[in-house]
Design a protein around this ligand. Sequence first.
Ligand SMILES: O=C(O)CCC(=O)C(=O)O
Ligand SMILES: [Fe+2]
Length: 240
Amino acid sequence: MRHRARMSIEHRIAALDWARIAAELDAHGATATGPLLTPEECRGLAALYGREEGFRSRIVMARHGFGRGEYKYFSGLPPLVAALREGLYPRLVPVANAWNAAMRLPRRFPAGLAAFTAECHAAGQARPTPLLLRYGPGDYNCLHQDLYGDLAFPLQVAFLLSKPGRDFAGGEFVLTEQRPRMQSRAEVVPLRQGEGVVFAVHHRPVQGTRGPYRVMLRHGVSRIRAGERFTLGVIFHDAR
Ligand SMILES: O=C(O)CCC(=O)C(=O)O
Ligand SMILES: [Fe+2]
């Protein structure tokens, strides 16, 4: 995508290989999108972190046992973040609905984000969940699940805003998958600057010999060895 800087976010999202993304989500529960944000957009988003305004809360992870590093939830979403959330959601709905069907869960997700957001609000989840995260040397993010109420969209996306090898070292995005009565499986998703990782929020179906079974996923970030690493988290359900 040589001209991605001049293409709208909607067009860039449309140009991603969604057949591959869906197939890899089904096979592994996570995949990288391919480059989506320009370095300028990444720098612009990371630069918002230092601002006072535009955020509803700041969490220092060590204070809660979440790891080391910090994050801030947006109050109103910047246009780029809103466009990513709106543009990515409908692409992920077919996977989300197929997963719920395979797991025999009754909930189906509407085709557009506005309808899903209305469902969240009706369920008492009205606070926006997209966030910026900042890690320095020695920081890490413990394995967790981003559930903010009963209503949860099964997939989320995190964008790497910093450039690995130049801005930071270490700090790999990690997922673990806990299978019933079996040992856990770990997966690392290597990311380039401006690339997103799409992954299961808390569970997904895996095809077994006697039909699909459910596995539990958690995600986190390994220790940052050097430098500074920023990410943008795009969670589709709102919070209580
Ligand atoms: O910093 C990361 O790569 C992980 C961020 C995260 O936990 C999230 O977006 O939910
Ligand atoms: Fe997370």
